[in-house]
Structures are given as structure tokens and as C-alpha cells.
Design a protein around this ligand. Structure first.
Ligand code: GSH
Length: 215
């Protein structure tokens, strides 16, 4: 089947979060909105995600995916990076500043998101295990440790390294996933950082678009 020329992403037919914007298509929508790239969305059911047609796009049977002409991508980091490389607005021009912004993209996805994901797993997939009660506070403390370090680095800056970048887009997206636990609000500096991200018109458009499907 020929790939669509207008970029097309996949998203949950019905997001488990009921439109809170926590499913990972929101961060891709946000990046597309930041760079002013129109896009289409193909909704997939949980069953369709595990079928061959979707597995050809995403080996792990997940959303989001991204298709544009001959190109098919998965992994939000790769998708956001692709958009940032091909459009102005998400990565600085200066080579060193650009490398630092990319570093923050990796930091969001490989140093901050994993413990946050662990908390969801501990609560929702392992919550009925006899050891869950002992494990939860350990996982929560690992998040606190990371957020403490991140908060210290951000200090009183608006964004992680100069102007808003793809690094901030991913970091804010990752931090939003921990807010329901209450842990984000223990770090007012980070809560304000996330609020700055959410206040961006591009984020608001992305949030509204996913809410229109899931709300
Ligand atoms: N590392 C991946 C994670 C993708 C992911 O976990 N997607 C979730 C939705 S937010 C999903 O499809 N879950 C359904 C499943 O794994 O069956 C990325 O950043 O794109």
C-alpha cells in the first residue's frame, strides 16, 4: 500500500486515559503543531495494534507511528527528532546548542521516563501482587530522586537550555505522566515548567485534538 504524503500518525481509537493527553500520540501531535505541519490521524483499536498490518509499522504493536511518503517511523523520540530535523522551531541552529537540546531529548526518554513508567506498571499491572505495597514507595522515591536533580538543573530558567526545544517538549510530556500521582507537585519548579509547556498554543491544539477523540 502506498504511504500517505500528508504525515499520518496513529493513535488509540479510545485512549485508556479518557482524553487526559497522556497517550504518547499527544507529544507527536504537539511537535507537529509546533512546526506548523498539518497531519492526519488513523485511529487503531487494541486488537488492530497487534495485527500484522500495524506490526509492519510498529514491531512492538504500539502507538504512535508516523508515516510520510516512503518513510514509516515508530518511537516518539525518533518521530519528534525527525520533525525537529526537517522543520524550524524545535532545535537551535548553533551546533553545540543543538547537541545539548538533543541530549535533553534523550534524557527525557532514557533517564526520566523509565522510573515514571515503572510507577504505572507497579500500580496498574502489579498492584494486586503481594509485594506491590513494598515496591511502590521504592519506585516513587526513585522518581523523586530524578525530579530533585532535574529541578536543581532547571533552577529559575524557563526551559532546560535557552529557548524552548524538542528536549523541553519531550521532558514536559514525560513529566505530565507523573502528575496524576501527586509527585510532580512536590517540585514547584517542575510543576511551573510543565504549566509553561501546557500554556503553549501548539500544546493546547494538540491536547484539544486528542480530547476531541477521547473526551
Ligand atoms: N517507547 C515508545 C512507547 C510507546 C507506547 O508505550 N505506547 C503505548 C501508548 S502511550 C501503547 O501503545 N500501549 C499499548 C500496548 O503497549 O499494547 C514510544 O515512545 O513511542
Amino acid at each position: 500500500m502506498p504511504r500517505p504524503t500528508t504525515p499520518t500518525i496513529t493513535a488509540f481509537e479510545r485512549s485508556p486515559d479518557g482524553g487526559k493527553g497522556l497517550a504518547r500520540d499527544t507529544r507527536v501531535r504537539w511537535a507537529l503543531e509546533e512546526v506548523g505541519q498539518p497531519y492526519e490521524v488513523r485511529l487503531v483499536s487494541f486488537r488492530a495494534m497487534k495485527e500484522l498490518a500495524h506490526l509492519a509499522l510498529h514491531p512492538f504493536g504500539q502507538i504512535p507511528t508516523y508515516e510520510e511518503g516512503d518513510l514509516a517511523l515508530f518511537e516518539t523520540g525518533a518521530i519528534v527528532f525527525h520533525l525537529a530535523e526537517h522543520h524550524a522551531g524545535l532545535l537551535p541552529k548553533d551546533a553545540n546548542a543543538r547537541a545539548r537540546a538533543i541530549t535533553w531529548m534523550f534524557a527525557a526518554l532514557s533517564s526520566v521516563e523509565p522510573p515514571i513508567l515503572e510507577l504505572s506498571i507497579a500500580k496498574f499491572q502489579e498492584g494486586d501482587k503481594p509485594w506491590a505495597k513494598d515496591r511502590l514507595p521504592l519506585v516513587a522515591d526513585r522518581i523523586r530522586n530524578r525530579l530533585d536533580q532535574l529541578s536543581a538543573r532547571l533552577g529559575d530558567a524557563d526551559w532546560l537550555d535557552g529557548a524552548f526545544s524538542a528536549g523541553d517538549l519531550l521532558m514536559v510530556s514525560v513529566l505530565l505522566r507523573v502528575r496524576p500521582s501527586g509527585i510532580l507537585d512536590e517540585f514547584p519548579t517542575l510543576a511551573a515548567y510543565v504549566a509553561r509547556g501546557e500554556a503553549r498554543p501548539a500544546y493546547q491544539r494538540a491536547f484539544a485534538a486528542q480530547l476531541a477523540i477521547n473526551g
